[in-house]
Every structure is written in structure tokens, then in C-alpha cells.
Design a protein around this ligand. Structure first.
Ligand SMILES: NC(=O)c1ccc[n+]([C@@H]2O[C@H](COP(=O)([O-])OP(=O)(O)OC[C@H]3O[C@@H](n4cnc5c(N)ncnc54)[C@H](O)[C@@H]3O)[C@@H](O)[C@H]2O)c1
Length: 255
């Protein structure tokens, strides 16, 4: 039997996307350690490694979060096996695509990034919300980014996708509050090590120190520090928080 950190999420059923590595992996493990049954979704295959760490509580699911049919299958499989769905963590996201000055952004890259970052969140909510209504309520956490709040040349598409998540989250919170579904965004600063930031470091070795220095704490956030906030938002400790965006950036955007 897996060792639990607590029982705050005992009996809850969660779907976490991007659960193979980085913040999705940390979040799947944290929710499970707090007692939830977790369906760990990814396309990479690494979701199996995450599930293997707590096999009693985490099951892997291979699905593309930009694909409606695959989302339907994940939600159907979850409710058939566990009878309910209480928590959805839309963690999937990518960077390094469509990263250019606007005239140089390839249109197909624009569509691809918007699909991975924003459509995945839309589809997740589209198919999870009816299952949560049937479960009597739930908590949805959508991963945005400080890229929605601050910008630099070449981040227009990434920033727009992440700002879109903030707007969609607020609207979803207004739509589903009466069904006892809370919807919030999590807004991470620079988080390391993750798939995304390790890849960035490979291309630009100085990127970690540069990004870390933007935070007041002068260090990157660890994926487990984001997962801790996600577990709070997923739990009844956050029962009056909905339509919010919680910035977890070590003080970056306070500057
Ligand atoms: N890492 C950071 O510094 C940072 C900062 C701010 C916001 N974010 C956001 O946080 C989220 C997680 O970032 P991370 O760096 O931990 O991610 P990561 O790169 O470590 O992991 C992303 C995971 O998503 C999976 N994935 C990608 N496309 C998928 C798809 N279509 N369907 C299913 N799975 C898919 C990948 O296989 C990978 O396992 C992202 O939304 C990212 O934009 C990251």
C-alpha cells in the first residue's frame, strides 16, 4: 500500500494531463499522496513511470489532450472505473513553438501551439464538466503562465494562449459555480527541472540562471512547489476560491 502524506483528497478521483514529467508528474504524485485516485494522462509513454511510483493510486492513460475523441475516452474510462470525477488538472502545455517575432511566426506553428496550450484546456473542461456535474461538483485547475502577464519579443503566441486560459477559466467559473464546480488558473513562474525548461537549458545553457534571477527568491520554482498549490486548489481547503488565478512565481511579477 502506498504511503500517504495526508487524507485531504481521500475518495476523490482526478485526471491530470501532462503527467509524464515536470509539473504534471509532480501533481499526479502529490494528489495521490493526499489520497486521490489519479488518471495520469500523457502522449509520451512516461505516464507509465509516474503511475509505477504509486501503482495503487495512479493509473496511466495514453491520450492526446488536443483530441476530442481521446478526451471522451479518458473521461468515460475514469467514470466507468471509479464512478465519479472530482478533479481535473489541465497541465499540458508547450513552449518553443511559434516563438518568433509576429511576421516570422509560421501559421501552422501558431495553430499547433494554440491547440496544445488552449484547445487542450477547452476540451478537458468540455468533457470533464458533465462528469463533475454528475458527481455533485469538482475542482478544475488550468495551467497558465507568467507569460500571460509579462512578455518579451517572440512570446506573442505563447502569451496569448496562456492569457486565453485565464479568460476561459473565469468564464467557466461563472458558468459552473451553481453546480459546485470551482475553476481556477495556476500561473507558474520559471519551474525547473521540467521537460520544457530542460530543453530550454540544452539550447541556451544560461537560461536557467537568467530566468531564476527574475524571481525575488533568485531561484527557479520546483515542480513539487507548484503541485503543492494544485493540491490546495483541488481540496476543500480552497472551497471559496473560484474564477481566480493563483500566481506561483517566487515574486517575479511583483517586480
Ligand atoms: N516549466 C516552466 O517554467 C513553466 C512556466 C510557466 C508555465 N508553465 C506551464 O506549465 C505546464 C507544465 O509545464 P512543464 O514545464 O512542467 O511541462 P513538461 O514539458 O515538463 O511536460 C509536459 C508534458 O505534457 C505532455 N504533452 C505534451 N503535449 C501533449 C498532448 N497533446 N497530450 C498529452 N500530453 C501532452 C508531454 O509529453 C510532457 O510529458 C505547461 O502548461 C506550461 O506551459 C511552465
Amino acid at each position: 500500500m502506498a504511503t500517504l502524506d495526508g487524507t485531504r483528497l481521500a475518495g476523490k478521483v482526478a485526471v491530470v494531463t501532462g503527467a509524464g514529467i515536470g509539473q504534471g508528474r509532480s501533481t499526479a504524485l502529490r494528489l495521490a499522496r493526499e489520497g486521490a485516485h489519479v488518471v495520469a494522462v500523457d502522449v509520451s509513454g512516461a505516464q507509465k513511470d509516474t503511475a509505477a511510483e504509486l501503482p495503487d493510486l495512479i493509473e496511466p492513460a495514453n491520450a492526446d489532450a488536443t483530441n476530442a475523441e481521446q478526451w471522451q475516452a479518458v473521461v468515460a474510462q475514469t467514470t466507468e472505473r471509479h464512478g465519479r470525477l472530482d478533479i481535473l488538472c489541465n497541465v499540458v502545455g508547450a513552449a518553443g513553438i511559434a516563438q518568433a517575432r509576429i511576421p516570422d511566426v509560421d501559421e501552422d506553428d501558431y495553430d499547433r501551439l494554440m491547440s496544445i496550450n488552449l484547445k487542450s484546456v477547452f476540451l478537458g473542461m468540455k468533457y470533464a464538466i458533465p462528469a463533475m456535474v454528475a458527481s455533485g461538483g469538482g475542482s478544475i485547475i488550468n495551467w497558465s503562465s507568467v507569460g500571460a502577464l509579462v512578455s518579451s519579443p517572440t512570446t506573442s503566441v505563447y502569451g496569448a494562449s496562456k492569457a486565453g486560459i485565464l479568460a476561459m477559466t473565469r468564464a467557466a467559473a461563472r458558468e459552473w459555480g451553481e453546480a459546485n464546480i470551482r475553476v481556477n488558473s495556476l500561473v507558474p513562474g520559471f519551474v525547473y527541472p521540467t521537460g520544457m525548461t530542460l530543453m530550454g537549458e540544452e539550447k541556451f545553457p544560461e537560461s536557467v540562471a537568467r530566468a531564476a534571477s527574475k524571481s525575488a527568491l533568485n531561484r527557479p520554482g520546483h515542480p513539487d512547489e507548484i503541485a503543492a498549490v494544485a493540491a490546495f486548489l483541488a481540496s476543500d481547503d480552497a472551497s471559496y476560491i473560484t474564477g481566480s488565478s493563483l500566481v506561483v512565481d517566487g515574486g517575479w511579477t511583483a517586480g
